[in-house]
Design a protein around this ligand. Structure first.
Ligand SMILES: [Zn+2]
Length: 288
């Protein structure tokens, strides 16, 4: 019997098997077709066909995961809607269940542990709208859990989360106003007043960004605020910069307001900065 050398593995073999077009296409689609000869030995042929099924399997798994993620993402809207509807019907226990499910869905989508959602996860400007939904959900949960002493742990947790998220949403001034009214008849009036006090203190305004974007809750401004709290504030030098910025920025913002011509340039620069910020925040999220 004459022996040939397999061009793929270099081993002597009695017979070479042609790599069919279909096989080649399948291997290419999973990125494994690099330098593939026209024909290979039996061992190589088996290995290649195994690779195909594995590659295709992996791709199908990835597709299923993606599909599941999309379904989860869509389901969260209904959970919030349902929660709000139940609130108006005064079905508070059921509303709480719906809201808690919504929070679990977010945890699954962003792959964080239970109760570990944090505002920086939503730093991408397309996600910042979610911050408002989250704040409204925690606010409703605070009101629901306030009514029952046996939910005091849930109350504390929701109020803590509300405090953490509130400053990053445009409905924040509205929530503070509502909290003031609510605190008059709340069972946990003390902690709610504490929340109001705390949020007043931490609502440091970004004067320049506000002058440039016209609102202190513009998605870009929220992003800058997240950068301040989750990146700059974590380092001594960053904290120095924050202090310096708050000392000087009212004057700079005044100057900006008096020379509107330069605002588009500053906006262009800030847009670039926020891209960098998003990159940094994202790297930080992945790193933890
Ligand atoms: Zn071979």
């Amino acid at each position: 019997m004459s022996e040939v050398t397999c061009p793929k593995c270099g081993m002597p073999s009695t017979k070479l098997y042609p790599v069919e077009t279909g096989m080649r296409v399948a291997l290419e689609s999973t990125g494994q077709a690099g330098n593939l000869p026209d024909s290979v030995c039996e061992t190589c042929y088996d290995a290649l066909s195994n690779n195909i099924s594995r590659g295709v399997k992996l791709r199908m798994e990835e597709e299923a995961k993606q599909k599941n993620r999309v379904m989860l993402w869509k389901s969260r809207v209904n959970l919030v809607k349902r929660g709000r509807q139940l609130m108006t019907q005064k079905a508070f226990a059921e509303a709480a269940i719906s809201y808690e499910k919504y929070l679990r869905v977010l945890e699954m989508i962003y792959e964080v542990e239970k109760d570990q959602l944090s505002p920086d996860i939503f730093s991408k400007s397309s996600r910042s709208k979610e911050l408002t939904v989250i704040v409204s959900v925690y606010w409703d949960l605070v009101r629901i859990y306030d009514a029952h002493p046996r939910y005091s742990d849930n109350f504390k947790k929701s109020l803590g989360k509300l405090t953490q998220f509130a400053g990053y949403s445009a409905i924040y001034p509205d929530i503070v106003k509502k909290a003031e009214i609510f605190s008059r008849k709340a069972k946990n009036a003390g902690p709610i007043r504490q929340f109001i006090k705390k949020s007043r203190k931490s609502s440091g305004r970004c004067f320049i960004a506000t002058a440039v974007y016209g609102s202190s809750f513009h998605p870009q401004v929220i992003q800058l605020r997240l950068f301040r709290d989750y990146v700059l504030n974590q380092h001594a030098l960053g904290r120095k910069f924050i202090a310096f910025y708050y000392l000087k920025s009212p004057k700079w913002a005044d100057r900006l307001n008096n020379t509107p011509r330069v605002i588009p340039f500053v906006r262009f620069f800030l847009n670039l900065t926020s891209r960098l910020i998003f990159f940094l925040l994202n790297r930080k999220i992945r790193g933890r």
